[in-house]
Write a protein that binds this ligand. Structure first.
Ligand code: SAM
Ligand code: SF4
Length: 346
């Protein structure tokens, strides 16, 4: 698909044409990655963050949530829960937190691999090449780093550099791949300032980078952040009539087009999708191209503090309750829970 074709599909409103898009995405998903839905246990290991991303409720500064960092023992309990529930992967995610030292993370990764034999995915922000190499050598398999937008001006506006350090997530993804990681990225749909043209470029870039994993979900405004207020209005005004809405249908179009552009990638049905449609958002993603879900295994008392945006789905359930709910949701759409690490199929 060319960028223009992607753009035309993104703007499509005709329900019959959209039915054809959903069907093609679902058929491609079945043919290329099968009916298994891979479950990845998500451990939110720290909500400290040094960055000031304008969209995110964990951003540094006053007005953020009460901060926490899980101990080694607590992370290993998350891994034990993931293993007990039959998940093949532990995803360790956090704000960009220098308090998570190179040695600490490497030790935990080594221990998770040794004790539980799980695949390990890291999503710890823009860390140094020395850090990510040490974690790879400790056994980490995959790294998630969303590039957020392929438009350099919009990126600079919503994702400020740290002093003396220019942020280039695409370049970092390529270095992570060279270190031997499977790489995952993605964007928010309906980010203020995001036009149809920019979003089409994002999907084209997923394909160009040949990403192993791609996470897309709607942008959900947080009142704790600049993009929960006037700064969002200014960016939306800049995009004008071309501003992409942050609604469910548009997010699902992006999931479906991502499957068509990247047929063999692992694509989650995201928590953000489940948040805007708690009744059937997960299923909608899974039947329009997605093949992965990331149930939360963070202790519920900490999970409520990992508040990227308000009203996040599944924050109060225990890991066991999430697992039971997902198994039911997967069975009811005629799919099955995957076994094993569920890495990229080649
Ligand atoms: N700190 C790491 C990073 O930035 O890569 C990982 C954690 S960060 C919270 C994970 C993702 O959450 C970001 O890449 C971003 O796309 C998404 N996110 C942040 N704020 C959001 C919002 N308001 N609505 C939807 N998704 C959001
Ligand atoms: Fe920090 Fe990640 Fe949120 Fe940016 S998106 S403020 S790096 S947690």
């Amino acid at each position: 698909m060319t960028r223009d074709e992607i753009g035309a599909w993104l703007r499509e409103r005709d329900p019959r044409r959209l039915e054809a898009l959903w069907a093609e995405a679902d058929a491609t998903r079945r043919a290329r990655v099968g009916d298994d839905v891979h479950l990845r246990g998500l451990a939110e290991i720290s909500n400290y963050c040094v960055r000031g991303c304008l969209y995110c409720g964990l951003r540094a500064g006053a007005g953020g949530p009460e901060r926490y960092r899980l101990t080694r023992g607590e992370i290993l309990e998350c891994a034990a829960a993931a293993k007990a529930l039959g998940y093949g992967t532990l995803v360790m995610q956090s704000g960009e937190d220098p308090g998570l030292s190179r040695e600490f993370v490497a030790d935990v990764v080594r221990e998770v691999k040794r004790r539980f034999g799980l695949a390990v995915t890291l999503s710890l922000g823009e860390r140094s090449d020395e850090d990510t190499l040490a974690w790879r050598e400790a056994g980490a398999d995959r790294y998630l780093l969303r590039f957020e937008t392929s438009d350099p001006d919009l990126y600079a506006a919503v994702h400020p550099d740290l002093p003396g350090k220019v942020s280039d997530r695409v370049a970092q993804l390529l270095r992570l791949r060279a270190q031997g990681y499977e790489i995952g990225s993605g964007v928010m749909v309906g980010l203020p300032g995001q036009t149809w043209e920019i979003l089409a470029g994002d999907i084209a870039l997923f394909a160009e980078l040949d990403l192993d994993m791609i996470g897309v979900g709607p942008f959900l405004p947080s009142p704790r952040t600049p993009l929960g207020g006037a700064a969002a209005d200014a960016l939306r005004a800049r995009a004008g009539a071309e501003q992409v809405p942050n609604d469910e249908e548009t997010a699902l179009k992006v999931v479906a087009l991502t499957r068509l552009a990247c047929p063999a990638a692992n694509i989650p049905s995201t928590t953000a999708l489940a948040t805007i449609d708690p009744t059937q958002g997960r299923e909608m993603g899974l039947t329009r191209g997605a093949n992965v879900v990331m149930p939360n295994v963070t202790p519920p008392s900490r999970r409520v503090l990992y508040e990227i945006y308000p009203g996040k789905a599944c924050v109060t359930e225990t890991a066991e309750a999430c697992s039971g709910c997902l198994a039911w949701r997967i069975a009811r759409i005629g799919r099955r829970v995957g076994t094993g690490p569920g890495g990229r199929r080649r």
